[in-house]
Design a protein around this ligand. Sequence first.
Ligand code: UGA
Length: 429
Amino acid sequence: MKLSIIGTGYVGLVTGTCFAEVGHHVICVDNDAAKVKLLQAGGIPIYEPGLEELVKKNVAAGRLKFTASTAEGVQNSDVIFIAVPTPPQPDGAVDLSYIERVARDIAAAMTSYKIVVDKSTVPVKTGEKVAETIKRYCAAKVEFDVVSNPEFLREGFAVDDLMKPDRVVIGVSSPRPAAAMREIYTPFNAPIIVTDINSAELIKHAANSFLALKISYINAVANICEAAGANVQEVAHGIGLDDRIGRRFLNAGIGFGGSCFPKDLSAFIKISEQIGYKFELLKEVQRINADQMDRFVKKITDTLWVLKDKKIGVLGLAFKQNTDDVRSSPAIDLCHRLLKEGATLRVHDPKAMDKAKSLLPNVTYVDDMNAVAEGCDAIVVATEWDEFKQLDLARAKKALTHPIIFDGRNLFDPAEMEKLGWIYKSVGR
Ligand code: UGA
């Protein structure tokens, strides 16, 4: 099918590329001319495993194109996906101005029947507003349908999640667009759920909030484990084997971050309130998440006492492994907290150092993770990168003034670390 994707951020670029990979003809549109130029020249603006190869392959096959013109995208496709940012506002509500702008631009360019699909994460009832806007601004007075098709990909695993989705959710207000949407997704061999638009929009917020709730739940349990002398990983394993619960997203640590969970929780709380329900449970999820960072910082200050003039090596800056994304990263937050206490930092991340530099200008960036500990008083693990498990512990131990490690992501085994002579502090163990 002929598709266009407006917005080439994480969701738009990966979605467009994967649609091309299964045989659709895709035009990716972005109003950032420099980004479009970069993509046209074969560059990729984000790090995402497997993406670069797929983009190159599909551009070469003539199925994937980039343009800065919305009109070009709209006029050369049957289905138009909106994948622009929906950033948070100070009061927790979502800024929908990019969506509104794009809806108007699409309306102005439409000259025949189109299906306009919202892929950005939006509060319930946004689809209704998009439809109203297109109707109002549609110059040619042609027919159209609005669809909600939320995205469930995780950064760092985006290509895999898109190529092998657990489910595809399609929210429609009439049967007409459902057939085309099914056709687009048939090659992905996933269960397709067709709902009304409001339900589809709610599925996204409810899913992300539930996953965040799961993380806060295990973090709360981790705190009980610490007080009781239990091990949260064993508890997570024991409860996770119940397939009504499941083991995934039960990793205790310094809390969740990123561009989705914190924003979506606030937005879900806000929209719930606006339509008459106070979602106190989700406020507690937020509170536990914030508290988790406070507790970890306290663990560090309880052990190192005064941080002023202490040097700390930090492993990890990205908000999680396999990504260079540092938006709302707990690791960056932790660095700011340590700097505020007067510590100096040597930091390393396998992919996120470039993107961290504007947020953390006054730290030393170290290219080799095994050199981070040099001259430091302690090491902190802030992101769950698998490769940190291969840290040269003998070298780090020699380089530190005392062998102290604060593991905010439970990457190492406490008994093993103690045997090796480390003072080892992790979360919930
Ligand atoms: C999340 C959802 O997992 C996706 O399904 C969704 O599509 C996406 O948001 C979105 O709305 O676009 P993402 O933000 O990429 O994906 O990252 P996650 O893998 O969910 O991790 C989020 C945060 O939770 C990270 O900071 C991670 O370190 C933390 N986390 C995750 C934990 O602390 N413990 C866990 O067990 C899992």
